[in-house]
Design a binder for this molecule. Structure first.
Ligand SMILES: [Zn+2]
Ligand SMILES: [Zn+2]
Length: 260
């Protein structure tokens, strides 16, 4: 029997409060993507089940809980694998994990550091814990990769991380059943979105049309990284896009469970 892929949205927003958490997804309890809300959303036993963390880019809302998770692993003499592109490694090594703020878990304990960091390259499939992982570049302010995750049973999800428009090149590499993509602001903020490498509902619509033209289908779509203060507006505009494209597009929320 084929096993379902279980995707849990831990953080669905771009800013944090009591009721909104930063970007984090958890797949089958073992594979995390982005770490904006990993420690703060997971019990210690759930944290202990984590095998690997994939990071899309180095913006704080996507890496925030790395030091906290590392401390929890360090204290029980365990290790955690983290995968990302070279700029993210450099940012962590030179800043957040330089040793100035917290222990430098990339190097300590000596000989068996808490964090096993693997630098990945776009378009080269990695095999991690039985999953096939393909990173592809997206269009954000700084180097950023989305991740396509294929389970041992052939379930496929693609998460963009933060991205602006122009994903046609990216679509060539991925064929997901579920697309988790960002929409940060509503349409009236389009100028801001274009300047900062984010999407609005109308910009998402254009990207989905380009996906459909290239691939001949549309996957189910779940939207993340909303600005909580603008979410009602985003939700109304997304409903119009879903209707126009005759496709399922849902806004994510903290605790949302998706099954493939
Ligand atoms: Zn970002
Ligand atoms: Zn972000």
């Amino acid at each position: 029997m084929k096993k379902a892929m279980n995707i849990q949205v831990l953080g669905a927003h771009n800013c944090e409060s009591q009721s909104s958490k930063l970007a984090s997804l958890l797949i089958d309890g073992v594979l995390a993507i982005d770490a904006g809300a990993l420690a703060s959303s997971l019990s210690f036993p759930a944290q202990r089940k984590l095998k690997a963390i994939l990071l899309t880019h180095q913006h704080y809302d996507h890496i925030r809980d790395i030091p906290a998770i590392a401390m929890n692993f360090f204290l029980r003499e365990a290790t955690i694998s983290i995968y990302s592109i070279l700029p993210v490694y450099n940012a962590l090594a030179n800043h957040l994990l330089s040793g100035e703020f917290y222990p430098s878990f990339l190097e300590r304990p000596e000989g068996n550091p808490t964090i096993k960091f693997t630098i990945i390259e776009p378009h080269k499939t990695e095999h991690i814990e039985g999953y096939s992982i393909l990173a592809t570049e997206v269009n954000h302010l700084i180097p950023t990769v989305g991740y396509q995750i294929t389970s041992p049973d052939g379930k496929i999800v693609f998460y963009t991380g933060d991205t602006g428009t122009g994903l046609a090149g990216c679509w060539e590499y991925v064929s997901p059943q579920l697309l988790i993509i960002e929409v940060t602001v509503p349409d009236r903020y389009e100028e801001f979105a274009r300047r900062t490498g984010h999407l609005t509902p109308s910009l998402l619509k254009q990207e989905l049309i380009s996906f459909q033209e290239l691939k001949g289908y549309l996957p189910a779509v779940v939207v993340v990284h909303m600005d909580p203060g603008l979410e009602k507006e985003i939700e109304a505009e997304i409903a119009v896009v879903a209707e126009a494209l005759d496709n399922s597009i849902n806004l994510a929320y903290e605790g949302m469970q998706l099954r493939l």
